[in-house]
Design a protein around this ligand. Structure first.
Ligand SMILES: Nc1nc2c(ncn2[C@@H]2O[C@H](COP(=O)(O)OP(=O)(O)O)[C@@H](O)[C@H]2O)c(=O)[nH]1
Ligand SMILES: [Mg+2]
Length: 350
């Protein structure tokens, strides 16, 4: 059993302020659809196949460690190297090696090939706290702000999410708050047309004011979800990080309970730098979740282990873990799916 989104039904439905809209929407047919029913089930089996293919490069070098004849120091050393090469990071690598050795001892395993399954279990357990379904429906609209560096896959992921949301019966409004490049606005507009959802966009507009307008319009039109696309930026570009804060503040002004989700999109190829990005964006914005893209074709998918270990330290300090809501293994709409730790570990070492 699988559902793409977890839907909470609001205690009190949000008040509808106005009934009509006059803007240039891609499609006016997407009116209020209360997300009462569970979304349709997706073909998870074909996703698992794509996930396996996507993670092949990261998994291959780890898997070869287990082709030897015996479990010895050399095997563990090779595994250490493979995990570091996969960008699991020093701390997560140490953690996994220690945990694996304990599992080998506890189970009395003597075959290297059997150690691979133990590693899969160890990885699955480490990644498990990162699993969390994105909840839609507790607020109407649920406002989701999306940030990240240039080219991480923000706009594409928003497009894919829009499709999944629409398919599950939620009405979506897109906010083209990446006003930096005209092409970015157009790219989002293409996704809006493709998914027949409305978009709020402004030529030469200010990102905060576009966001404000979109949230206001989302409320007025009774949308279930407002997705705010933002321009790419590096955490070191302080004025641009300030701009993100401003967008968040302005969203809050338009809807005091929002934004309900602040997502960071990270490129799986980024390796250890991805963790630095997560920390920096979290410090500025207070992240509620992650989308990890481009896990296909990368040899650095181990970064999820590094993120999980960071989550452990946060949890130990009393903060909440920043979950991985979705992972992307390709450019097609079906290549973005919910993150599942067991599936990920199995696909990695399968
Ligand atoms: N292979 C692969 N490409 C992706 C994935 N997600 C996004 N892309 C590509 O990455 C490029 C940048 O994506 P875009 O959404 O424009 O990034 P943005 O600058 O963060 O908005 C585009 O060519 C996307 O098609 C993914 O999961 N796998
Ligand atoms: Mg973009």
């Amino acid at each position: 059993m699988f559902s793409f989104f977890k839907k909470k039904i609001a205690d009190q439905p949000a008040a509808e302020t106005t009934g009509s809209s006059t803007d240039t929407s891609a499609n006016a047919a997407s009116t209020q659809t209360a997300p009462q029913q569970m979304p349709a089930e997706r073909p998870r089996a074909s996703w698992l196949a794509r996930l396996g293919t996507g993670l092949r490069r990261t998994g291959q070098s780890i898997s070869t460690v287990f082709t030897g004849a015996k479990i010895d120091d050399e095997l563990y050393e090779e595994l250490e190297t493979a995990l570091l090469m996969a960008d699991a990071g020093v701390l997560a690598t140490e953690y996994l090696l220690k945990d694996l050795k304990q599992r080998v001892k506890d189970t009395g395993t003597t075959e290297p090939s059997a150690v691979k399954a133990l590693l899969a279990a160890s990885i699955a357990q480490l990644l498990k706290p990162l699993e969390k379904p994105l909840a839609i429906g507790a607020h109407k609209p649920t406002i989701i702000m999306v940030a990240g560096v240039n080219g991480a896959g923000k706009t594409t992921s928003i497009g894919k999410l829009t499709r999944h949301l629409s398919d599950s019966g939620a009405s979506v409004l897109l906010a083209a708050a990446d006003t930096f490049r005209a092409a970015a606005r157009e790219q989002l507009a293409v996704w809006a047309t493709r998914n027949t959802v409305e978009i709020v966009s402004q030529e030469g507009g200010d990102p905060a004011s576009v966001s404000f307008d979109a949230v206001t319009a989302g409320r007025a039109r009774g949308k279930d979800v407002v997705l705010v696309d933002t321009a790419g930026r590096l955490p070191t570009q302080l004025h641009l990080m300030e701009e993100l804060k401003k967008i968040k503040r302005v969203v809050q002004k338009a809807e005091p309970t929002g934004p309900h989700e602040v997502l960071l999109v990270i490129d799986g190829n980024t390796g250890q730098n991805a963790l630095a990005q997560v920390k920096a964006f979290d410090e500025t914005l207070g992240l509620t979740g992650l989308i990890v893209t481009k896990l296909d074709g990368t040899a650095k998918g181990g970064v999820l282990a590094a993120i999980a270990l960071w989550g452990q330290s946060r949890a130990a300090a009393g903060s909440s873990v920043v979950p991985v809501y979705f992972i992307g293994v390709g450019e097609a709409v079906e290549d973005l799916e919910t993150f599942n730790a067991q599936e990920f570990a199995d696909a990695l070492l399968g």
